[in-house]
Design a protein around this ligand. Structure first.
Ligand code: NAP
Length: 306
């Protein structure tokens, strides 16, 4: 069977595309990736998604989007696409579960993943103190001193969340000015459990079997110091999940897909939505909007194909 539309990825972009495509009777197939929901599913509190004045947790928001898509007939499969062939039409896809699909149109909504620090000890101590998800792992650090790396919205928002558990949260930032929104900055500066360590980068994560400390370097003085911490949460930005499409879809040096204003990639019938191409806004609501746009273009494209 040839699918009308396959959507790769199940964050706000992918699930919004699925809602629109299902309502358009395309019977879309969503291949979710490792888990459903993407990055928003790892976010504890979503306060700025319109329609939820009291906030909503990321996993709840994903569940609602999934329910809405399935209600109209979207099929959502937990599976990871391992290879794509976009050089022939219909496009060919192979997945980790050993399935093969062919589809007339494709929306790439693969999003982005947390960037690693790439310092000694980080990989070895991941899951033993090093984490990229406060919602998942915060609970393990009850009454412990921990660190958060980064100065953006994620670092501050998740740092604030971690004060529910940790006795002290050291936010380590490579500059002396934060990138995060003022509202988060104000909250963090007023929180007695939060301590800022400015102009500092992590050189090493130390520990024997479990994390014990961070080696920090002051970027101005070059002084190196050791900060005791039983956990570290890394929020230093993202890299787009577009490796699968190298050599087939045009992308910039950082791996973000190149699209036109209507979200068409260089291959007719292949569209991108969300953080696989958007390196500027990276908001759940923006990704949802891109999901809608990509689907409307895919629908038009399919109609012309017939
Ligand atoms: P981000 O805005 O890209 O911030 C990354 C932070 O990490 C920056 O402070 C950056 O420092 C620092 N950094 C980058 N590479 C580093 C390295 N190698 N070592 C040390 N520090 C490093 O990423 P984000 O905070 O994850 O946010 C991503 C997007 O999601 C943004 O658009 C943000 O607005 C959005 N977001 C929104 C909310 C919300 O609305 N509540 C919540 C979370 C995320 P510099 O500042 O010096 O570059």
């Amino acid at each position: 069977m040839t699918e009308n539309l396959v959507i790769i990825g199940s964050g706000p972009a992918g699930l919004t595309a699925a809602i629109y495509a299902a309502r358009g009777n395309l019977m879309p197939l969503v291949l979710t990736g490792q888990e459903i929901g993407g990055q928003i599913a790892l976010t504890n509190e979503v306060e700025n998604f319109p329609g939820f004045p009291d906030g909503i947790t990321g996993p709840e928001l994903v569940q609602l989007m999934q329910k809405q898509a399935e209600k109209f007939g979207a099929r959502i499969e937990i599976d990871v696409v391992e290879s794509v062939n976009l050089k022939m039409h219909p496009f060919q896809l192979k997945t980790q579960n050993g399935l093969e699909y062919e589809t007339r149109s494709l929306i790439v909504a693969t999003g982005a993943s947390p960037r690693r620090l790439n310092v000694p000890g980080e990989r070895e101590l991941t899951g033993r103190g090093v984490s990229y998800c406060a919602t998942c792992d915060g609970f393990f650090f009850r009454n412990k001193e921990i660190a958060v790396i980064g100065g953006g919205d994620s670092a501050l928002q998740e740092g604030l969340f971690l004060t529910r558990f940790a006795s002290k949260v050291n936010i380590i930032h490579r500059r002396d000015a934060l990138r995060a929104q003022p509202i988060l900055q104000d909250r963090a500066r007023q929180d007695p459990k939060i301590n800022f360590v400015w102009n500092s980068v992590v050189k090493e994560v130390r520990g024997n079997g479990k994390m014990e400390s961070l080696m920090l370097e002051n970027v101005q003085t070059r002084a190196v110091s050791e900060l005791p911490a039983q956990g570290v949460f890394v929020y230093v930005g993202h890299i787009p999940n577009t490796g699968l499409f190298k050599g087939q879809l045009e992308m910039n040096d950082e791996g973000y897909l190149q699209v036109d204003a209507q979200l068409h990639t260089n291959i007719p019938g292949v569209f991108a939505a969300g953080e696989s191409h958007d390196h500027i806004f990276r908001q759940a609501v923006v990704s949802a909007g891109y999901g809608c746009m990509a689907e409307m273009e895919a629908e038009k494209w399919l109609a012309n194909l017939k």
